[in-house]
Design a protein. Sequence first.
Length: 796
Amino acid sequence: MLLHNIASCSRVTLRSCQTFVGRGKPTIGIRRETINAWERRAPLAPFHVKKLTKDGVNVLIQPSNRRIYPIQDYIAAGAIVREDLSDAHLIMSVKQVPVDQLIANKTYAFFSHTIKAQPDNMEMLDTILQKKIRLIDYEKIVDNKGRRLVMFGKWAGNAGFIDILHGLGLRLLALGHHTPFLHMGLAHNYSDSHMAVNALRDIGYEIALDKMPRSLGPLVFVFTGSGNVSRGAQELFEHLPHEFIDVAMLPKYDVPGCPTLPHRLVAICDISADPGGSIEFMKECTTIDKPFTIYDADFHTTTDSFDLPSGCLVCSIDNMPAQMPLEATEQFGNLLYPYIFDMLNCATEQPFDRLACRPEVKGAIITNEGRLAPNYEYIADLRSAKAAASYHKSRVMGADEKKVLLLGAGMVSGPFADFYSKQSKVHVTVATESREDGHRLAKSDNITPVVIDVAREHDVLDQLVKEHDQVVSLLPFVFHPMVAKLCIKNKTNMVTSSYVSPELQALEKAAEDAGVTIMNESGLDPGIDHMLAMECIDEIKEHGGQITSFVSFCGGLPAPESSDNPLRYKFSWSPKGVLTALLNPAKYLQDGKIVEIPSGKVVDHLYPIDFMPGFNLIGYGNRDSTKYSEIYGLGSSCKTMIRGTLRYKGFVESVKALGMVGLLSTEPQDIFNPNMGPDLTWKQLMASLLNQKQDIFPDSLRNIAAEKVGGVNSVGMKALQELGLFSDNVAERHGTALDTLAPYLAKILAYGENERDLVVLNHDLGVRLQSMFKIFPLSMNSLVLNYFSRTELIVF
């Protein structure tokens, strides 16, 4: 009873004599690390958790199979395994938190990498401010001299030194020298630091036995800096036969006439992983998967090939300590533990000016109540300066140069940006939701990326529209009316590739009054098909003819040699768009009768395709075709009006199977919620969709699925298996079955580097010429377009 009374007070004295000033029992939440597959560290080890629980602190921990310590160790230490951390006063992790997983009005502690206004993390910072999160950055827990108190430094130095020795061995071998360094693995190959040190000592022993090639001469190692990272690297270096040389002695070793070393500056390890920093030519960090690049200073180029005769090997992995997660977690937790109770007292319920914590912790608070903390208000100015520098980068626009605003970063945006990267008289601003997409599309100096959330930053979008001569909206179609209204307001012309929606049609009068052109349906289908159709129709009318039927089918397909996959299809535009198009209703006119197909049933009503039989094509209706009789000006004489989509045979059966097992559902489901439960494999997701236990035997699950889709040997069942939907690969979940499936298909069914895609577009027109009543079917303007290297034209 006494403990209950203490816990319900606003000021709680814990067993360790620490004081907690928040409400209820002090509670810490430990997130699973999700930034990449290699991040196996944790902010606290199990023995730290045990001390906290003994001191009366609740510790909640999200399950993770990647974490270096198994979850059982944390449970034994008193932690409670829980997915939902919303009850925690303090939520901790090592690295950044995905924006969609940030919980509003909570205190977080992690390495945010925002204090230099790092562009990659500004979206996260904006979300933190919006959700009124109090952010504590470990990097800014410093003493009164500015020295960091909580860090992984030593282990970054250890891992970096091990990795560069491995790379040095590979590079020297490529240059013609076998060395003992070849026997050194990358840091993550060793179960702990002792194993790595033993391997290093073996190398030192070989060097001491004079097993280095005489052709190399002495190897010179240079260590810069005097902090924990540099000391960590030097600590391992001392296991090799060496002699430290003071800088003052260097002139004595540079005597004219002495033979020069055969290779200079063979390798650099930039453990700081600071692109464009101290190593200016290092523009992009390497990864644990691909740790090395070769930089050629003569040509200012980088390559992954070790075989070049010149060039310097560069290692700049941005999360070095993650390769030694065991020791890194222990040391970090030891340094962090003394500040845990101060951080608990920084819960958002406590006013910033009355926080009961040490100045080292208060000074590390980056954000508070939706604003930057006083010590970090400079970040806003730094962001503005960087944005201005980016916008006006490296060139001045000419007076006759046009400015185009591209909205969106989907698959269609890539070819658009690539085309305009070669246009010297056009400057393109690429507005995307993520900085990574923007930089991917900014292929030349005349393309500038900007980051914007068009759904929320209406004022920013308004200003961008105002500053440009033309807007190209490749956003999802639901955003087009909003963009169009801004274009009308600012008298800026606009182009989209989407169908005209009723909302856009309603803006026609306003656009005319403003003298603005809003051009829609300007892609392939709709777009090029309209232009070729009108070319045929106008020519027929010029000769006095009437169109009695119009049947048009179009498909963007992989070239036949690239179609060998379960769907007989590869994605050159939004996978979700491809799949949701199958869920739309269809309507067309056939022999004077209206045919309506309900939503989701178009693949059950296939149209016979008799042209180009060698391509083995099938067709199905595409939206409402009937309205195009009026748009094309065909009049009442046209008794058949059909517009449809082409696919290879086998596509429909495979897509039907996906729908039968529930993978085309657009309804939110808990099993597809990335914030609920541990990681799930595709096999587990399939089991849940088929109402089976997730640990069902794979063969049993396949048999159940086969019964649902038409049998073990059916095309649909073979597609499910070949797509890996019964595999033990972890699925990246996005809320719904369709949103989870679409990016997965985009990844496994993407075009390879040398693969071609083609367009098949066929218009069949029935024509009555004056008094002649014979109908001539014309099959013309069928195109095969190669997007990659050349254009082929085939006219049928």
